[in-house]
Every structure is written in structure tokens, then in C-alpha cells.
Design a protein around this ligand. Structure first.
Ligand code: FA5
Length: 343
């Protein structure tokens, strides 16, 4: 038995020392020390040995087990170190080298001007305590029209020509469904903005696209009035245009607000004296808004006798056109790099 133990020790230690991978080591460990391993079987059968040899064989078996375990561990450490050394030499990178973009061989990308202004507006609203919400681009009729106080067959549906899907849903024509989903999800008081892409079945021209971007905004609290709306809108425009902006409100009809307004800003291109951008009027229409209609609050499970609010829907494409003096809305989706690299 002693000879057998010596043989197991010698063979295993030799095999461990010449093993090249961790898998090989694990294989050896299982063959010798595993549940049915050669040494384990001997250790388990110690009870069957005559009492005079049991002590010696037991001691030797345990010594050999310890030697094999230590050899396995030290070979595994050696292999790990070698593979790390190999990685360091085969996969090192010089982090001080300049990137292909910096050397001019590859162009670095940039954010689309719409994304830039969207993130800027999100930051402005977040700093005023608004939360940013998202909503689906393919919507149900309920969220796009019904819950915004535009029932079936109401002529106001014609204000927004719609892409319908075959199953009776639609591509959202505005970001206003986000306010309905926001009201359903959150309890008042609430302040939310919902940016996103919207779609209208329209022919395109210099100021109309069939796919464009809006940012919806809504604030609901106790005793919200038009003065809160004016303050937030003026602050928004001041921060976007980096100067004080003169505004005016004109009555505007949207079934989901009452009263509803068209908010115009003083033309920044001509300073209000009249130019082609403002069609000689000195004013540019930038954002429709108003106080949330009680029916819309009710659709959002909010009691209009307790709460009131304002809402607005800002068209991002036209806002950027105003900011940079861009004369055709179709540039935005043209994918023309000559246009895009300017921002
Ligand atoms: C709306 O979409 C309302 N949901 C806005 C609103 C929200 C009003 C909350 C009151 C309260 P309107 O259809 O006017 O309103 O569109 C809003 C803005 O989207 C416009 O001022 C304009 O900047 C932009 N817009 C509308 N149609 C187009 C178009 N075809 N191409 C590019 N921009 C457009």
C-alpha cells in the first residue's frame, strides 16, 4: 500500500509540474482527490486495513494529499502569472498615443442640432424642478386625441393630419400624449417635460416637415395662473437665446387648454423692425400654450376644483431655425454633412 501511495504521489506531482493549463490541473485534481479519485478511495478504505498498519498508512495518505494540494496550488499560481505576463505583452496599448480622430485620419462625430437643443432644454427644465418623461411614438387614439378633449369626429382632429396604422392606432401627431400619461402616473403637484419625435401627414415646404420634434411641458399645482406660464416661458427663451426676450400672447385654439395662446417672441433677426424671417411683422410664433382644460385634468384623474395647471408644446425645429437663422426646415433630416458640421 505504501508503494502505491508513493507511486500516486510521484505520478501526480510530475504531471502537475508539467501541466500547461488550469483545465489540465483541474483534471488531475479530480482524478486523484475528487470523489472517486485514486487517493480519496484509499483514504475512504482506511477502516478496512488491519489496525497495525492503519495509523501509518493513514498518516502517509494525508501527507501525500497535502503535498499534492500544495503542488496543485503553486502550479496554478505559476500558470496564472504566466498568462498575465503574456496578456501584458500581447495586448498592451499606448494610452499616450493620439487617437485617429485627432491625427485627422478619422472624423469625430457630433450630436445632431436637434439633440443638442433638446438636451439644453432638458437641463433648463430640470434646473427648474421639472421631471423628464418619455412616451411611445406609435400611440393610441385615446392618448393622442380623446384624453386631450378631442373626441371622435371633432373638427379639431383635422388640425393635425394623421398617419394611421392599419389596426386603428397612429403615429403621435404631437408630444401632448406624454402629459396624459404623466398625469396618470404621477399625483399633483407635478412638473414634467416630454421631448420627442412627432409625425404629421403633411407635404413638406421650407417651414413644414412630416417628421419633426417637440417638447411638451406641463405644471400642475394649486392656483396656477397665466402669470406662472409667462414666467416659465420667458425664462426658457431667455436661457435658450442667452438674452432677455420680449414676448406677447395671442389667443389660440387648442381643445386641451382654456384659455389657449400662441406665444410670439420679438424677432431676434431684425430686433422687431421687420424682416423676411418674421414676415415683416417683428414677431415670430414660437410656442402654443395655455391653462390645462378641466376635462383634460379629469382624464388624468386630477380634480379640477383642487388643481390647475399650464401646458405648452414647443416645436424644436422652428426654434433652432430662429436661433441660427436657418431658412429651410428640410435641412434637419437631409443627412447633409455640410449642414450638420456647422453645429
Ligand atoms: C401642438 O402640437 C400642441 N400639442 C401644442 C400645445 C401643447 C398647445 C400644450 C397647448 C398646450 P401645434 O400643432 O401648433 O400645437 O404644434 C406645435 C409646434 O410644433 C408649432 O408651434 C411648430 O413649432 C411645430 N410644428 C407644427 N407643425 C409642424 C410641421 N409640419 N413642421 C415643423 N414644425 C411643426
Amino acid at each position: 500500500m505504501e508503494n502505491k501511495l508513493e507511486e500516486i504521489k510521484k505520478q501526480t506531482v510530475d504531471a502537475v509540474r508539467s501541466a500547461k493549463t488550469a483545465d489540465e490541473l483541474e483534471d488531475l485534481r479530480v482524478r486523484v482527490l475528487g470523489r472517486k479519485g485514486s487517493l480519496t478511495i484509499i483514504l475512504r478504505s482506511l477502516g478496512d486495513l488491519p489496525p497495525e498498519t492503519r495509523g501509518t498508512i493513514g498518516k502517509k495518505s494525508n501527507e501525500i494529499k497535502k503535498i499534492i494540494e500544495e503542488t496543485l496550488e503553486s502550479r496554478l499560481n505559476e500558470l496564472n502569472e504566466t498568462s498575465l505576463d503574456g496578456l501584458v505583452t500581447s495586448e498592451w496599448i499606448d494610452v499616450t498615443l493620439s487617437s485617429p480622430g485627432a491625427t485627422g485620419t478619422a472624423k469625430t462625430g457630433r450630436l445632431h442640432p436637434i439633440s443638442q437643443i433638446q438636451y439644453e432644454i432638458e437641463d433648463i427644465f430640470t434646473s427648474m424642478g421639472f421631471e423628464i418623461l418619455d412616451g411611445p411614438e406609435a400611440e393610441t387614439e385615446y392618448y393622442n386625441f380623446e384624453a386631450l378633449n378631442i373626441p371622435k369626429h371633432h373638427p379639431a382632429r383635422d388640425m393635425q393630419d394623421t398617419f394611421w396604422t392599419e389596426d386603428g392606432n397612429l403615429l403621435r401627431t404631437h408630444t401632448s400624449p406624454i402629459q396624459v400619461r404623466g398625469m396618470e402616473k404621477m399625483k399633483p403637484p407635478l412638473r414634467i417635460v416630454g421631448p420627442g419625435r412627432v409625425f404629421r401627414y403633411e407635404s413638406t415646404d421650407a417651414s413644414h416637415e412630416n417628421t419633426f420634434y417637440q417638447v411638451e411641458g406641463m405644471m400642475i399645482d394649486r392656483d396656477i395662473s397665466v402669470s406662472h406660464l409667462i414666467y416659465v416661458m420667458k425664462e426658457l427663451l431667455r436661457r435658450i437665446f442667452k438674452r432677455d426676450v420680449k414676448i406677447r400672447l395671442r389667443p389660440g385654439y387648442f381643445p386641451f387648454v382654456e384659455p389657449g395662446f400662441e406665444l410670439d417672441m420679438n424677432c431676434l433677426i431684425c430686433g422687431g423692425t421687420g424682416c423676411s424671417v418674421c414676415k415683416q411683422s417683428g414677431w415670430v410664433e414660437v410656442l402654443p400654450c395655455g391653462l390645462v382644460h378641466p376635462a383634460v385634468l379629469r382624464y388624468g384623474n386630477i380634480d379640477p376644483s383642487q388643481w390647475s395647471g399650464f401646458a405648452f408644446g414647443l416645436g424644436l425645429n422652428r426654434l433652432i431655425m430662429m436661433k441660427y437663422g436657418i431658412n429651410d426646415i428640410r435641412h434637419f433630416l437631409s443627412g447633409d454633412e455640410r449642414f450638420l458640421v456647422q453645429f
